[in-house]
Design a protein around this ligand. Structure first.
Ligand SMILES: NC(=O)c1ccc[n+]([C@@H]2O[C@H](COP(=O)([O-])OP(=O)(O)OC[C@H]3O[C@@H](n4cnc5c(N)ncnc54)[C@H](OP(=O)(O)O)[C@@H]3O)[C@@H](O)[C@H]2O)c1
Length: 310
């Protein structure tokens, strides 16, 4: 199960098809250090490199090899993981050393847009690099956990070959398909819910806080609504996929009144109204389009139309 630490890629390389393949981690920010630490903890011979010196010290003390430059880091392992701040940084690091990469498997765990992921996949194909894109869906303290989620897309062969190794960083590594942009599509979709959901809670905390109710007092009630949103997503998803928006349990005309209450109560307390107004406007636009007696899921028609217009 062990493998050579510094080796050459390609057929016969000792690090293939083993659970403890040699791995190189490029980028030692908080996430890169967590990834390298998890590979080390799982027994992978781990080589690290970072643009700025000094960030490898703790990892080296834990058994990692610090490469003097990016090219040496890449030469150390067939499996090369890159996790830097953004897509521009990925190319700033890899472009000058691209001749070291053919025959390697590049796993890019940097958060990007789907378009950037696809562009990097095209760049990798041009340079005969096997490319797997990954979207890390957990914070650094969860790296290495059995239920940590990382989404992958791109080279199926690369995923199959290194799936066992990648469980060192996330027990729940999910392969989505051959289009390298897919992991980022799911990433932005999930983060859309995360950020708008958190902002919804912050707005509500400001609203009730204006009447002297602390966020902690409000929390259990907020969580009840969070559970309801989670359950409601099941029906919304079914409606969206069918393209029909039954309004027998709820309808937009009724919901418009509730939204007006939120806007009015916010304005009366000097709380920002932009967020509830955004939803209110989407609902009124849907009503203008004839969805007044349809369910809330019909608002997707307005959101889709806006995305096409912008
Ligand atoms: N932290 C999290 O909880 C988390 C969760 C999910 C996803 N992610 C994703 O993981 C990626 C890394 O995040 P992080 O938290 O590790 O960020 P970070 O702590 O800010 O580290 C950024 C890393 O990028 C490197 N870098 C920046 N510009 C560079 C350039 N032009 N050339 C070479 N290297 C460059 C930095 O090198 P220097 O040290 O030399 O500046 C550092 O290694 C991001 O895409 C982030 O969205 C992070």
């Amino acid at each position: 199960m062990t493998s050579s630490h510094v080796g050459t890629p390609g057929a016969g390389s000792a690090d293939q098809d083993t659970e403890r393949a040699a791995v190189t981690v490029i980028g030692l920010g908080s996430m890169g250090r967590a990834l390298a630490g998890a590979f080390l903890a799982a027994g992978h011979p781990t080589t690290v490199w970072n643009r700025t010196l000094g960030k490898a010290d703790e990892l080296v003390a834990g058994g990692a090899a610090a490469a003097p430059d990016a090219a040496a880091a890449i030469s150390a392992s067939r499996l090369v993981v890159v996790c830097v701040v953004d897509s521009n940084a990925v190319h700033a690091v890899l472009e000058p050393v691209r001749e070291s990469l053919p025959g390697r498997v590049l796993v890019n765990l940097t958060s990007t847009t789907p378009e950037q992921a696809r562009a990097t996949a095209a760049w990798a194909a041009e340079h005969r690099i096997e490319y797997l894109h990954g979207a890390i869906m957990v914070p650094t303290p969860m790296i290495g956990d059995a239920d940590a989620l990382v989404l992958y897309s791109g080279s199926h062969q690369a995923f199959d070959q290194y799936e066992a190794s990648l469980t060192a960083i996330a027990g729940d590594g999910t392969y989505l398909g051959g289009d390298a942009g897919l992991a980022s599509v799911y990433d932005v979709g999930m983060l859309d819910i995360f950020f708008t959901g958190m902002t919804g809670f912050l707005h509500a905390a400001a609203l009730v806080g204006a009447d002297g109710i602390s966020a902690s007092t409000f929390l259990p009630y907020a969580q009840r609504i969070g559970e309801l949103v989670q359950q409601t997503m099941v029906e919304l998803a079914a409606d969206i996929d069918k393209g029909s928006y039954p309004g027998d349990q709820d309808n937009l005309e009724m919901e418009q009144a509730a939204l007006e209450h939120i806007v009015e109560a916010s304005a009366a307390r000097g709380i920002a109204t932009a967020l509830p107004r955004l939803v209110q406007t989407a609902v009124s636009d849907a009503i203008v389009r004839g969805h007044g007696r349809d369910g809330f899921s019909s608002v997707i028609e307005v959101l889709r139309a806006r995305s096409r217009a912008s």
